[in-house]
Ligand binder design. Structure first.
Ligand code: C5P
Length: 398
């Protein structure tokens, strides 16, 4: 079975002579079993007729952000959520610059900003434009954000120049995007992931919590889904949309997260504890709002259960991956946690750095298990999550 089988792909077409090749890309994606929707920029319509793309994709082509009828059918946010992959081919120099700057002035750039799907771009432009420092910087920025750049190919360009800038051939594009979905890696496996902070009530209006955004756990859920797993995401309160195809269990406190985790892990293959669980909770939760009293107040806290070690102790067949956020002696503390909590592996990161970790889109981490360690240099959490899942599979013969 192709790794693109049943994948939902938005083919974004921007203005360039290579747009005629997009028609063939639709066909070849469909041959792999993918479902394709086409989004065209206004300039793309000058190079290839939307009708051609509609006939090939079997669906209405989306091209305007301001088309009320189209928005009522499948609006830009729905499209962004629907997709597993956003493939922009051809991507003009102008569109790439728009992506870098987060401009949302047409439907395709808006979908790009709103999607959490895998994004791949096949640039197509004149060789001098491709070699310009502005384009070089733009491509570098997109790569750092986890966007896959496909090509460009080298050869005679439409303008008669020779050099790199020609859009990659359709089959080469298909081969590269297939590689983005290792969807057999976790096919048939059940993965449970905890994410986000927990919230421990003090009284009906106050609580103890932390700054965890949940981004790492949610990115891991996306990556595990893309690898073909059935995913249960057990999440504390966060401001993120859960991936459409995971089973989401919303919890608030550590105790609730523990109960949901034990239940879900009982028939799972892999448990990933990415949640930032509050270590303590109020010994007594007041029924009524606690009143101000004097200049100081004392709260009696009691220890929360350790979710990951309880789950590990209850399921000896389970592969258990923990996370360790440290500010010093990262590897030593992580190894201690690995042993103490009886984890199969641990991913450690340095939270003293402001450019990675908590609330950031990026992270730099080390994978540590009983007999190996591996550093994943700074990259965005989407890419990191895919790399962690791939490494997990390679370290654990499932
Ligand atoms: O001990 P520490 O909080 O640093 O351990 C971090 C790891 O343990 C993370 O994987 C976190 O999700 C998990 N953990 C847990 N339950 C707790 C505390 C931490 O599952 N009460």
């Amino acid at each position: 079975m192709s790794s693109l089988s049943n994948k939902r792909i938005i083919l974004g077409v921007t203005g360039g002579i290579a747009a005629y090749k997009s028609a063939e890309i639709i066909r070849r994606l469909q041959d792999q079993g993918a479902e394709v929707r086409v989004v065209m920029t206004p300039a793309a319509g000058e190079f290839i007729r939307p009708l051609t793309m509609q006939a090939l994709s079997g669906h209405q082509v989306h091209s305007s952000l301001l088309d009320t009828e189209a928005e009522a059918g499948m609006g830009h946010i729905e499209l962004a959520r629907w997709a597993d992959l956003l493939l922009i081919a051809p991507a003009s120099a102008d569109f790439i610059a728009n992506m870098v700057h987060g401009r949302a002035d047409n439907l395709l750039s808006t979908v790009y900003l709103a999607t959490s799907a895998v994004v791949a771009v096949a640039p197509a432009m004149n060789q001098a434009m491709w070699a310009h420092p502005a384009s070089i910087d733009n491509i570098q920025t997109l790569k750092q954000r986890g966007v896959t750049i496909i090509g460009p190919d080298s050869g005679i360009l439409a303008c008669g120049d020779i050099g790199p800038g020609r859009m990659e051939q359709p089959q080469a594009i298909i081969d590269q995007v297939s590689g983005l979905f290792n969807n057999s890696l976790l096919a048939g496996k059940k993965v449970v992931i905890t994410a986000g902070p927990t919230r421990e009530a003090l009284d009906p209006v106050r609580y103890i919590s932390n700054h965890s955004s949940g981004k790492m756990g949610y990115a891991l859920a996306e990556a595990a889904l893309a690898a073909g797993a059935a995913v249960t995401l057990i999440s504390g309160p966060v401001n993120l949309d859960a991936p459409e195809r995971c089973s989401l269990v919303k919890v608030t406190s550590a105790q609730e997260m523990l109960e949901a985790s034990l239940q879900a892990a009982a028939n799972a293959d892999i448990f990933i504890a990415a949640a930032a669980v509050a270590d303590y909770r109020a010994a007594v939760v007041a029924d009524q709002k606690i009143k101000k009293q004097g200049d100081e107040m004392t709260l009696l806290l009691e220890k929360n259960p350790d979710i990951v070690s309880t789950v590990a102790a209850a399921n000896d067949r389970l592969f258990v991956l923990g996370f360790a956020a440290e500010t010093q002696d990262i590897e030593a503390y992580a190894r201690d946690k690995l042993a103490r909590k009886k984890l199969s592996a641990i991913v450690a990161n340095d939270v003293s750095r402001s450019d990675v970790g908590f609330n950031s889109d990026h992270n730099e981490v080390s994978w540590i298990d009983a007999d190996s360690s591996k550093v994943f240099s700074k990259r965005n959490k989407t890419q990191l999550a895919r790399d962690i899942i791939e490494h997990l599979v390679s370290r654990h013969s499932l």
